[in-house]
Write a new protein. Structure first.
Length: 461
């Protein structure tokens, strides 16, 4: 049998001892999409949503018309018991929408509204079969859930070398997986921009001899602030599909934390997620979208995110999503239990607001104006001896490669001598979060950076 033919997983002794609900999920997945079954981690195969208190309470909510003594909350007067010190601060939000438990998968109307948002903003999804978003405690929690579902110790996660450091905690430290990277940017002789050729070559390398590879692509990227062009996005998708055709089982995590913050600096970028382009493309390719209200609605502390599955087989996608939905609900139930009700209520209400789009556009334009100012100032020729600006066009950040000095030494020097706080992401790179800079502060910041670099260069010569 060739490598690209999916084979059902053989039952091991440990799998024969699966909980009956987990075993039923396994059998469903084995019939509908055996390649997805092989993508799951050992924990992912064991996961299930129990028919316990939560499911019994849900049944009672529908049918217990006399007395409902099921769930562990205190009630009075046909509603949740609430302290005035709390309820008086809720405005027109009822205690039932604030202090009670939310379902492990999230409020149904919130999930439906987020799905509508995905369809509106991602044209490629409109003819695709994909799952209902599940609510997570922001995107970090979603990334962690995806890791638990698909990663065993020693499994490989391929991502760009310009990466958010928390991935290492989530995947290497927590799950003992191995992060492999590819060069994010192409050289100037290759036109700059995203290094799609390096991605293709590196994916082929890490896939050699492996049945499964997890790929994580974060666009707009943190720390670079780069969103691929449409051509670069198509090249990434084509590479992934080609590798899937060779028989590699690919789980592609699309970390879309900064989705929608597109400024098109230096040229037009993509306007939709790779998730829509990848969903339904090949049985061996499962797309997973991680996004949320965090940055998109400017509510960082509400911790309201989503995880959505895009299976590769359109004809069985409903069954696959049903199984993965149950497993994620089980992981949430066994971890944080559920995401706060009040956060979900506020996001759900915002999504229903007729003024939301205009409000978002207004804030996005503020950020775009800052980004344009940074683009103009940072690229001034007189700063060329101090740094090289990496291409950026989106999100919250931009990155520079400092010349002739160590980035950490520069960071400390700026902090101690100039009162300027920046982030050193590597020995050569400094990240600037223009999201928290007023326009009038942009030029003074880069002037201070230039002065500090020149000072350090002189002292080391």
């Amino acid at each position: 049998m060739s490598k690209n033919e999916s084979t059902p997983q053989k039952s091991s002794g440990s799998e024969e001892k699966l909980n009956p609900i987990a075993l039923a999920l396994r059998e469903k997945l084995e019939e509908a999409a055996p390649e997805v079954l092989s993508m799951l981690s050992a924990y992912g195969r064991r996961l299930y949503f129990p028919k316990g208190i939560i499911s019994q309470t849900a049944e009672a909510k529908q049918k217990a018309h006399r007395f409902n003594a099921t769930i562990g909350i205190a009630t009075e007067a046909d509603g949740p018991m609430a302290l005035a010190s709390i309820s008086n601060q809720l405005g027109d939000v009822s205690p039932a929408d604030a202090v009670t438990y939310a379902p492990p998968a999230g409020r149904p109307d919130l999930r439906a509204r987020w799905r509508e948002k995905l369809l509106a903003e991602n044209p490629s999804l409109r003819e695709k079969n994909f799952g209902q978003p599940l609510v997570t405690s922001a995107i970090t929690h979603g990334l962690s859930l995806a890791g638990e579902l698909f990663l065993d110790a020693g499994d490989v996660v391929l991502m760009p070398d310009k990466l958010w450091g928390n991935y290492r905690l989530s995947y290497e430290v927590h799950l003992a997986a191995k992060i492999e990277t590819f060069p994010f940017y192409a050289g100037e002789s290759e036109g700059g921009g995203l290094n799609t050729q390096a991605f293709s070559e590196r994916l082929a390398e890490v896939a050699e001899g492996r049945e499964k590879v997890v790929v994580l692509l974060n666009f707009p990227n943190n720390p670079t602030g780069y969103m691929p062009t449409a051509e670069e996005g198509a090249a990434l998708a084509d590479t992934l599909v080609a590798q899937a055709e060779k028989g590699t089982h690919l789980v592609v995590l699309c970390d879309d934390a900064y989705f929608g913050l597109f400024y098109h600096l230096g040229g037009e970028s993509m306007r939709e997620s790779l998730f829509g382009i990848l969903t339904g493309r090949h049985p061996n390719l499962l797309a997973v979208k991680l996004d949320g209200a965090t940055k998109e609605l400017f509510v960082w502390g509400l911790r309201c995110g989503f995880i959505t599955f895009g299976p590769g087989r359109p004809e069985t996608s409903e069954v696959v999503c049903e199984v993965l939905d149950a497993k994620v609900r089980g992981a949430i139930r066994g971890g944080v239990s559920n995401v706060p009700q009040l956060s979900q209520t506020l996001v759900e209400r915002a999504l229903a607001s007729p003024t939301l789009a205009a409000e978002r556009d207004e804030k996005c334009e503020v950020l775009a104006s800052r980004a344009r100012r940074v683009f103009e100032v940072a690229n001034e020729s007189r700063f060329a001896e101090s740094w090289k600006v990496y291409p950026f066009n989106s999100g919250y950040f931009m990155l520079v490669e400092v010349q002739g000095v160590d980035a950490e030494k520069l960071r400390l020097h700026l902090l101690e001598e100039f009162g300027v706080g920046l982030i050193a992401t590597s020995p050569t790179d400094i990240r600037v979060a223009f999201s928290c800079l007023e326009e009038q502060d942009v030029k003074p910041l880069f002037e201070a950076m230039h002065q500090a670099i020149q000072s350090l260069q002189s002292s080391s010569s």
